[in-house]
Design a protein around this ligand. Structure first.
Ligand code: SER
Length: 316
């Protein structure tokens, strides 16, 4: 029986991952955790929630022991844009948090899911159809932590036999919890603003293409990888995955099909633009497709239809 701990459970991916895992494995088998409580949040009211700051190895250790955890979805992390304003904190959360998670996994024999990111690539990486195995020289502190994390996971699995698995997530688009300080966040904000104000000012320039994925595909891909037959995996910790690739002008045009008087202009943020420019335009995810059957369901058109439908209801 799986006993799962989700770190960073109050974050954009964490919130929905907990609900998704509870549906699959049973409510009592999925422990949500975060560094603070958030009253009124659905995870506080239904199911087990533990206070865990991933930079506190002792606290993490106690919770894993208390609940006899055998699988960890380690989602606590500081994102790319906010990381540039406090690189020291990013390093502490992303690297020490990961190290303590791997240590506790080694001690208690847990399997671990750890997301990497398109941020693990840099300006010297081939930009289009970016291969699974290629140059990784990122220039953001977030990207540096992701490459180091991929390597640390490889090390823990080779040296200690910890079953670590991971995906290089692109920008994740969703409607339940807002992303906190990423470079791809504009692709979430734009839907909210389209419904609320019919106007959006984009912080990235026209023509800035990046990979993206709709939340249902992000959740399914993580579980699919964790459940995959290990014999079939040639890679482990850093599968390229993507659902779609687009720039601000493409998502704008797609939304405009549904809201004809929607308007967008640009006010480029140089920090986030520099990060976006250093990331790929579009990933090649054939290794994930071949090794464990990755096959996303949502493209830009389908996602836009669903996002607008849900948000219309929600923001009424
Ligand atoms: N969505 C993340 C970010 O923009 C990328 O992993 O920081």
């Amino acid at each position: 029986m799986k006993k799962i701990l989700v770190t960073g459970a109050l974050g954009q991916i964490g919130t929905e991952m907990v609900l998704y895992l509870r549906d699959l494995y049973g409510k009592d088998n999925v422990i949500a955790s975060g560094r603070r409580r958030k009253e009124g949040n659905i995870l506080m009211e239904d199911g087990i929630f533990e206070l865990v700051n991933v930079t506190d190895s002792q606290g993490l250790h106690e919770v894993v022991k208390k609940h006899k955890i055998n699988t960890i979805y380690h989602l606590a992390a500081v994102l790319s844009a906010v990381g540039e304003s406090d690189p020291q904190r990013l390093w502490d959360v992303n690297m020490n948090g990961l190290y303590y998670t791997l240590e506790v996994a080694r001690e208690f024999g847990c399997d671990v899911f750890i997301p990497s990111s398109i941020a693990a690539f840099g300006p010297e990486t081939p930009k289009n159809n970016t291969p699974q195995d290629t140059i990784q020289r990122p220039t953001s502190i977030y990207g540096v932590s992701k490459v180091a994390g991929e390597l640390l996971c490889d090390y823990y699995s080779a040296k200690f036999g910890v079953d670590t698995r991971g995906l290089r997530y692109p920008g994740i688009i969703s409607h339940t919890t807002m992303p906190g300080g990423g470079t791809t966040d504009y692709a979430v904000h734009i839907y909210f603003e389209a419904i609320k104000n019919k106007k959006y000012t984009c912080f990235l320039a026209e023509g800035t293409s990046m990979d993206m994925m709709y939340m249902p595909d992000a959740l399914e891909s993580a579980v699919q990888l964790m459940e995959a037959d290990p014999q079939k995996l040639k890679h482990r910790n850093a599968f390229n995955v993507t659902g779609m690739s687009f720039g601000p002008e493409d998502i704008y045009a797609e939304i405009k099909k549904h809201i004809p008087d929607f308007e967008m202009d640009y006010d480029v943020d140089p920090i986030r633009q520099a990060i976006a420019d250093s990331w790929p335009n579009s990933l090649n995810d054939s290794a994930a497709r071949e090794e464990w059957g990755w096959n996303p369901k949502y493209d830009l058109a389908l996602m836009t239809e669903d996002m607008l439908k849900v948000l219309r209801e929600k923001l009424k």
